[in-house]
Design a protein around this ligand. Structure first.
Ligand code: SF4
Length: 366
């Protein structure tokens, strides 16, 4: 008889682990102990959980495991950016990127294998959609990065911020992403503040409305165009949820939050496509009533793309128009150019070499 597959405890939030232990006749505080061992101490072996009874450890050994993701490629850029290609149990690969800066360390996490949304400037989109990641595969990226970057698990945090901005549209993997973010905020797990966990969406409006009911984190929106005609081309989900609807949903999400909290508006700078003065002026109108900061992202070219990165002069001119209108604007530094840090590039190279089973998910089914 085949041995039953073990339960991966990385799939459990604190609440779900409590329920799991209650079902087995154990006290709920066991869940807190074990969540701390897994996520605070980075333990993947029950024998190290010294405050858990031997009997329970033996029982867990039989039925459960803490199964980390496997590192397929570990690239480090000259600027300190580190990018991992991680192999999942079914052979698919995803990417996770760590970006160190003077005052913070940001981990960019993937939520899906590939992506169905087909944004025309995106390297991940070229791979199509394969499947959603499980909770353990989403939180497992943070678990692994923390273990690799901070093996001593000391107090000071190497990873201070997490952005759900890697491969995939997080709101199309709603339940698993919410559970993973729950662990990021959980004081017994990673204890990050809600201002330091950011979900980035291209605008799945009904899911964004649901998110508000479930969890409070920071919000980033991949806008990339100031009018529907252009955004329909660049971010095709706009045909279903146009800019006005998206902005209204963002305002609902922000309703009741402190005035200092702002939505990050992501805007990739594509030469001659969305970077003209008239686009900046239209953008000012779109964002007039939205509490936001704008992040201008120099395009990171990848093979076979039709787009080019806007020149620095053009980006500066675009920024100045927005700033003169009173908007808060940052220009993202290009990072990790030497290690293909554009989202989806590394996984794209690997999957291009092997035959992949690509299932194009229908947006309508979300
Ligand atoms: S930009 Fe984001 S939502 Fe659009 S195709 Fe790429 S991964 Fe998907």
């Amino acid at each position: 008889m085949a041995t039953p597959e073990k339960i991966n405890l990385l799939d459990f939030t604190s609440e779900k682990l409590k329920a799991f232990f209650l079902e087995r006749g154990e006290k709920p505080f066991r869940a807190t102990q074990i969540i701390k061992w897994i996520h605070q101490h980075g333990v993947d072996n029950f024998s190290e959980m010294t405050n858990v009874s031997k009997a329970l450890r033996a029982e867990l050994e039989e039925i459960a495991e803490i199964k980390p993701l496997e590192v397929a490629i570990d690239n480090q850029s000259d600027d300190g950016t580190r990018k991992w290609l991680l192999r999942l149990a079914d052979g698919n690969c995803i990417e996770t990127v760590f970006i160190p800066e003077d005052d913070r360390g940001t981990l960019c996490i993937s939520s899906q294998v590939g992506c169905a949304l087909d944004c025309t400037f995106c390297s991940t989109a070229r791979q199509g959609f394969n499947r959603n990641l499980s909770v353990s595969e989403v939180i497992g990226q943070l678990w692994l990065a923390k273990n690799l970057l901070q093996p001593d698990h000391q107090e000071n945090r190497v990873i201070s911020n997490v952005v759900m901005m890697g491969m995939g549209e997080p709101l199309l993997n709603f339940e698993n992403v919410v559970d993973a973010m729950d662990l990021m905020l959980d004081d017994n797990a990673y204890g990050l503040s809600k201002r330091r966990v950011t979900l980035s969406t291209s605008g799945v409006v009904p899911a964004l409305d649901r998110l508000r009911e479930r969890i409070e984190v920071s919000l980033a929106v991949s806008l990339h165009a100031p009018n529907d005609e252009l955004r329909d081309q660049l971010v095709p989900i706009n045909r279903k949820y146009p800019i006005k609807e998206l902005m209204a949903s963002c305002l609902r999400y922000m309703d009741g939050k402190a005035a200092r909290e702002k939505i990050t508006i992501e805007y990739v700078m594509l030469e001659g496509v969305n970077d003209l003065d008239q686009h900046a002026k239209e953008l000012i109108n779109v964002l007039r009533d939205v509490p936001c900061k704008v992040n201008l992202i120099p395009f990171n070219p990848f093979p076979e793309t039709r787009y080019k990165r806007s020149s620095n002069n053009r980006i500066n001119r675009f920024r100045d128009i927005l700033v003169d209108a009173g908007l808060i604007v940052m220009t993202r530094k290009t990072r990790g150019d030497d290690i293909d840090a554009a989202c989806g590039q590394l996984a794209g190279q690997v999957s291009d070499k092997s035959r992949r089973d690509v299932h194009f998910a229908r947006i309508e089914s979300s």
